[in-house]
Design a protein around this ligand. Structure first.
Ligand SMILES: [Zn+2]
Length: 106
């Protein structure tokens, strides 16, 4: 099986809050950390947006037929990118802290 996951939950609203910014739900109730079985979903997803936070970045994908929208981490997407033709682009050297890399300038 897929195992267990720990999720914040508001017993007042009977709703989960997967990435809460505060320990209180917007109703004012204190969120509890509960453990439940991990869910799995299968669908035909299209990329509709992207997200970026201090700790992670990724894509927002959507399956219109099931009316579901999910966020997935960039690290899970790299396998889809192998062999993708990026067309003609211009790169420029960049350093982020001590990390040396290249960035796309147009
Ligand atoms: Zn609540």
């Amino acid at each position: 099986m897929a195992g267990k996951i720990k999720i914040f939950y508001c017993s007042e609203c009977d709703k989960e809050d997967q990435s809460p910014h505060f320990r209180h739900h917007h109703c004012g109730n204190v969120l509890e950390l509960i453990e439940r079985d991990k869910k799995r979903e299968t669908g035909n997803f299209k990329v509709v947006d992207w997200f970026s936070t201090r700790s992670s970045a990724g894509l927002v994908i959507e399956d219109e037929s099931q009316n579901i929208r999910r966020e997935i981490f960039m690290s899970d997407l790299f396998k889809f990118l192998k062999g993708v033709d990026l067309g003609k682009i211009t790169l420029e050297e960049v350093k982020k802290g001590s990390a040396y890399s290249w960035k796309v300038v147009n």
